[in-house]
Design a protein around this ligand. Structure first.
Ligand SMILES: Nc1ncnc2c1ncn2[C@@H]1O[C@H](COP(=O)(O)OP(=O)(O)OP(=O)(O)O)[C@@H](O)[C@H]1O
Ligand SMILES: Cc1cn([C@H]2C[C@H](O)[C@@H](COP(=O)(O)O)O2)c(=O)[nH]c1=O
Length: 267
């Protein structure tokens, strides 16, 4: 349906580029009375009592590094290990402060559901900036994930060529959101990813996206292609098919360029 069109012609509804645009959707009539939305807006207002969000030029004392990749690629494991090495903080999105309402949003229409993830990035950003006053932050997923999965879902069931092409404004990093110092994308073969991710499926902890990612190669390719088109902030690919120790060592090679490592880690 959206083949060979740009994002504005596609009327992309669930990729947000500012906190204001997210809040407009959540505060709209019929949406603002949904139980989950009421809770989310209250939590947001508690975090931003002044009602304004703009992180564009806020300085940071410590670095902020994001781990990206498909489900089961090892993001949380590697982020945790790396944060131990640097005595940093390991966080994830959606942030803990709103993770209890994630399931409620799973039942809402895509634009509202993705507004939850998107606003979660701003709430996380506030927490990240506070922590970065003292120590480095290693984050499991950020805006790249939010936008890549949202776009793939809007083009679901269609050819790869239905995605807006590279350079389209839809891939632009939001001006009012903090920019990571480094984004590490963990690559794994599909076979390895399935083995790793299976443990989670067994525990019944999966979302719609995760289930679709396993079953549907076309969807997986859409997510990966959307990630690739986001070139505003350089994404560094790391092969995560090897052991945790080896993958951590690969990541450290990139992180050390920003943050010298005080501990001795052998690969
Ligand atoms: N490099 C690795 N080598 C071997 N096993 C790994 C590696 N990285 C992670 N694992 C294992 O794979 C499983 C999934 O890893 P993890 O939860 O870190 O992935 P994730 O990318 O954060 O997944 P999700 O996005 O679904 O939360 C875990 O059981 C973990 O112990
Ligand atoms: C943060 C975030 C996540 N999702 C989707 C992508 C994954 O398939 C699932 C589970 O992710 P998790 O890392 O295991 O929590 O949620 C998304 O679509 N948009 C987002 O912003």
């Amino acid at each position: 349906m959206c083949e060979n069109r740009n994002a504005s012609e596609m009327h992309v509804k669930s990729v947000y580029h500012s906190a204001d645009s997210i809040l407009r959707v959540l505060k709209a009539e019929q949406v603002n009375t949904l139980r989950g939305v009421e809770i989310l807006l209250k939590r947001f207002n508690d975090k931003f009592p002044e009602g304004e969000v703009n992180f564009s030029n806020v300085p940071r004392k410590e670095v902020f590094i994001v781990f990206e990749g498909l489900d089961g690629s090892g993001k949380s494991t590697i982020a945790k290990e790396v944060s131990k090495i640097y005595k940093g903080a390991m966080l994830a999105t959606p942030p803990k402060s709103i993770s209890d309402i994630r399931k409620i949003f799973d039942g809402y229409q895509p634009s509202v559901r993705k507004a939850y993830y998107s606003l979660g990035n701003y709430i996380a950003a506030k927490e990240i900036l506070d922590i970065c006053e003292e120590k480095p932050v290693f984050l499991d997923r950020f805006w790249h994930s939010t936008a890549a999965y949202a776009l793939a879902q809007e083009c679901d069931g269609q050819q790869l060529s239905s995605l807006p092409s590279a350079g389209d404004p839809v891939y632009k990093w939001p001006e009012d959101l903090i920019k990571p110092d480094l984004v590490l994308f963990l690559d794994v073969t599909e076979q390895t990813r399935n083995i790793r991710h299976a443990r989670r499926v067994k525990r019944g902890e999966t979302t719609k996206e995760e289930e679709q990612l396993v079953k549907d190669e076309a969807f997986r390719n859409l997510v990966l292609a959307a990630y690739k088109n986001m070139d505003d902030i350089p994404v560094v690919h790391v092969d995560s098919s090897y052991s945790v120790k080896q993958t951590v060592a690969q990541c450290l090679k990139h992180i050390e360029q920003l943050l010298p490592c005080k501990t001795n880690v052998d690969s």
